[in-house]
Design a protein around this ligand. Structure first.
Ligand SMILES: Cc1ncc(COP(=O)(O)O)c(C=O)c1O
Length: 383
């Protein structure tokens, strides 16, 4: 079956108790047992809940994985995946990554004696060079946040595999509609379902998907032991979002292309980063490993920090806010928002200057979005 069908049906058979067509919200802590040791597949909702299970099965299917685990947030999913490593292990991380993941890797996990090396993973030789005998994991995002660089997933998987390490891909930006890391050789896929998968900016969540049974057993044990699971309402809302993921991603992609082209034509914008441009350095790789280019456009404002800040405060349709991937367009300032966890020199080294503005292009009419940016840029020039 194809993606659109699976998004609506995988893990979502009619309810066995009532025939309800839509998976019900199983708002229960516990499940009555028929006799001691005789349960009906569910015991206690931290360990497993039917609404959550429907979401987990659906997301795993969409990622081409056999097993899925849902978490209370994307960061809980990131932390869940990191429970695969132990004290003394080493992790190679693509340095262009979500600030919250970096905060966990740099401020919390070193306290548990997990060591990290940060590399520019667009250069595969750097990934290979950073591997040590203790390396258990390679962690990447592609396209990266916010600079939209492309990292070769299949090549990183090969480097990780030959070192006896796992490749983890945070696939939040691409979504399973546009990219399936497991098919490219990755061992673990992580999502903040808060973004495109939920899609409506009304529910926080995360997921980890794996195809390997032993990896799933480790993750499942750790998830139950640490307890960062979503409640059934959040799982249900996320599942409702998943049903339209394909339709939404097609439109996000088309709208982002329009906005990127519009931005390129404006003198107030010094650079536009979007993998859909044929002259983007990752364009050929994106064509190879993705089925589209996604809904994010990152721009560098010619007037520097002041103009970038002014732009963020001048749009009317694009809301100034954290997050991305919802039906509504958002404008964000990575310097002090999503990437605040990085030191200033670190941000500059990655190209995240004070002139960088990130646009999460939503599903409004693309002409309205371009008009909004035009009026905001006019206001920046006038001030
Ligand atoms: C790429 C990426 N991974 C993980 C996260 C964390 O997700 P959450 O905010 O749902 O905890 C985010 C959040 O912005 C993200 O952009």
């Amino acid at each position: 079956m194809n993606f659109e069908t699976l998004a609506i049906h995988a893990g979502q058979a009619a309810d066995s108790a009532t025939g309800a067509t839509i998976v019900p919200v199983y708002q229960t802590v516990t499940f009555t047992q028929d006799a001691l040791g005789a349960d009906r597949g569910f015991v206690y909702s931290r360990s497993g809940n039917p609404t959550r299970q429907a979401l987990e099965t659906c997301l795993a299917t969409l990622e081409g994985a056999r097993f899925g685990l849902a978490y209370a947030s994307g960061m809980a999913a990131v932390a869940g995946a990191m429970q695969l490593v132990k004290a003394g292990d080493h992790v190679v991380v693509a340095d262009d990554l979500y600030g919250g993941s970096y905060r966990l890797f740099s401020k919390i996990l070193p306290g548990y004696d997990v060591r990290f090396s940060y590399v520019d993973a667009t250069r595969l030789a750097e990934v290979a060079k950073a591997i040590t005998p203790e390396t258990r994991m390679v962690w990447i995002e592609s396209p990266t946040n916010p600079m939209l660089r492309l990292i070769d997933i299949a090549a990183c998987a090969e480097i990780a595999r030959s070192a006896g390490a796992w490749l983890v891909v945070d696939n939040t930006f691409a979504t399973p509609y546009l990219q399936n890391p497991i098919a490219l050789g990755a061992h673990v896929v992580v999502h903040s379902t808060t973004k495109y998968i939920g899609g409506h900016s009304d529910v926080i969540g995360g997921a980890v998907l794996v195809d390997d049974e032993a990896l799933h057993a480790k993750l499942k044990f750790a998830q139950n032991a640490t307890g960062g699971v979503p409640g059934p309402w959040d799982a249900w809302l996320t599942l409702r979002g998943v049903k339209t993921l394909a339709l939404r991603m097609r439109q996000h992609d088309a709208n982002a292309q329009r906005v990127a082209e519009f931005a390129r034509g404006r003198a107030e914008i010094a650079a536009v980063h979007h993998p859909g441009f044929p002259d983007h350095p990752g364009h050929a790789l994106a064509r190879r490993q993705m089925r589209g280019f996604g809904g994010i456009v990152t721009i560098e404002v010619a007037g520097g920090a002041a103009a970038a800040r002014k732009l963020c405060e001048s749009t009317q349709l694009f809301s100034l806010g954290e997050s991305l991937g919802g039906v509504e367009s958002l404008i964000g300032y990575p310097w002090s928002m999503s990437h605040a966890a990085f030191a200033a020199e670190e941000k500059r080294r990655k190209g995240i200057s004070e002139a960088v503005v990130r646009l999460s292009v939503g599903l409004e009419d693309a002409s309205d979005l371009c008009d909004d940016l035009a009026q905001a840029l006019d206001r920046c020039r006038a001030s």
